[in-house]
Design a protein around this ligand. Structure first.
Ligand SMILES: Cc1cc2nc3c(=O)[nH]c(=O)nc-3n(C[C@H](O)[C@H](O)[C@H](O)COP(=O)(O)O)c2cc1C
Length: 295
C-alpha cells in the first residue's frame, strides 16, 4: 500500500459551510460494522468518520458519542440507519454535541427537517437525480451521491461517474461521492468530477477497527467481483431495498456480507488511519488555508 505522511493539521478541503477536512475522505455508514473506534480513527486521521445508529436507545446513543469524544475532538457524522428512528435519539445526539447527520431512503424526508430545526447539518445520501432534486428542495446541506456500484443498500441504477455530473446539473449543493471506491485513484477521480470528498464503505469494513466479523473481513480481501450480486430479500428495517453483497459460502453469517464493486482492489486489512492516509490525494487541496473543522 502506498501511503503519504499524515496530512497537515489544517483542514483544507471544504465540505460545506463550517466543515472542512484535512483529507477529503468520508467513511460511509456501515450499520453494525462501524462503531466509535472506527469513526474516531477516521476523523483523527483527518477524514470524516461515521457512526451508525440503529435501534439504540437515546442513552446508548449518548454513550456511543461519548466514546467517540474520548478518542477525538474532531467531528464525526452520525448516520440514522434505522428507517424509523425515534426523535428522542436525535435529541440525545444533539445534546451530546452531534451536529452532522446522514439520512437515507425512507427516513430522509422525515428526519431532515427535524435535524435542521435543531441546528444540525443534513448529509442526505441519494441514488437518483430525482431524489437529489427532492433532497435539495426539502433542505440538505450535503448530497451524498451513491453510485449503483455501492455495497449494502443500493438506491439507484446510475453509475457514480454519471450520477455526479447529473446532480451537479440541477443543484449547487456540495457533493460527496461514493459507491465502488477502493483506492487513491478512485478518490482522485471523484474529486476531478467535482465532488468535495469521496465516501468509502466496503474499504473501511476491511480495516482493523471495523466491527465486522474476522471471517467477513477475510472474505472481502479474497473476493472477486464475480462473487457480488444484488440481493432483494427483506433485511431488517429495509423492506425491498436491494443490497449488494457477496454470495454466502458455507459457514458465513448470511446477513453481513455487504460489499461494493471496488472489491477486487481491496486486498489487505489496514488500520483505519493508515487507510485514510493511503486514500489522500497526492496533490494540494484547492483551497489551502485555515478552515473551521466543524464543531
Ligand atoms: C457493510 C455495509 C453496511 C452498510 N449499511 C448501511 C446502513 O445501515 N445505512 C446506510 O445508509 N448505508 C449503509 N451502507 C451503504 C453505504 O452508505 C454506502 O452507500 C456504500 O458503502 C458505498 O459503497 P462502497 O461500499 O462500495 O464503498 C452499508 C454498506 C456496507 C458495505
Amino acid at each position: 500500500m502506498k501511503t503519504t505522511k499524515p496530512g497537515p493539521a489544517s483542514s483544507a478541503w471544504p465540505l460545506c459551510d463550517g466543515v472542512a477536512l484535512a483529507v477529503p475522505v468520508v467513511q460511509a455508514p456501515l450499520g453494525p460494522c462501524d462503531g466509535p473506534r472506527l469513526a474516531a480513527e477516521v476523523s483523527r486521521a483527518g477524514g470524516l468518520g461515521c457512526l451508525s445508529l440503529f435501534d439504540q436507545s437515546p442513552a446508548a446513543a449518548r454513550r456511543l458519542l461519548q466514546r467517540v469524544r474520548s478518542r477525538t475532538p474532531r467531528p464525526v457524522l452520525v448516520a440514522f440507519t434505522n428507517q424509523w428512528e425515534p426523535e428522542s435519539v436525535l435529541d440525545a445526539c444533539v445534546a451530546e454535541g452531534g451536529r452532522l447527520f446522514q439520512v437515507f431512503w425512507w427516513n430522509a424526508p422525515r428526519l431532515a427537517p427535524r435535524i435542521r430545526a435543531r441546528g444540525g447539518l443534513v448529509f442526505r445520501q441519494v441514488g437518483t437525480v430525482e431524489e437529489a432534486a427532492e433532497a435539495a428542495e426539502q433542505g440538505s446541506d450535503v448530497l451524498v451521491a451513491q453510485g449503483t456500484e455501492a455495497g449494502g443498500q443500493v438506491r439507484g441504477p446510475m453509475p457514480l461517474a454519471d450520477l455526479v455530473p447529473a446532480i451537479q446539473a440541477i443543484t449547487d449543493l456540495p457533493i460527496v461521492a461514493g459507491g465502488g471506491l477502493a483506492d487513491r485513484a478512485d478518490v482522485a477521480r471523484v474529486l476531478a468530477l467535482g465532488a468535495r470528498a469521496a465516501m468509502l464503505g466496503t474499504r473501511f469494513v476491511a480495516s482493523d477497527e471495523s466491527r465486522a466479523a474476522p471471517r467477513y473481513k477475510a472474505r472481502l480481501v479474497r473476493a472477486r467481483s464475480d462473487d457480488l450480486y444484488l440481493d432483494r430479500r427483506l433485511i431488517g428495517s429495509w423492506p425491498c431495498a436491494p443490497h449488494r453483497r457477496l454470495s454466502a459460502a458455507r459457514g458465513d453469517d448470511d446477513a453481513t456480507l455487504y460489499a461494493g464493486c471496488g472489491i477486487g482492489r481491496i486486498r489487505e486489512i489496514y488500520p483505519a488511519a493508515a487507510l485514510v492516509r493511503a486514500l489522500a490525494p497526492g496533490y494540494p487541496p484547492p483551497h489551502a488555508g485555515p478552515h473551521s473543522a466543524g464543531r
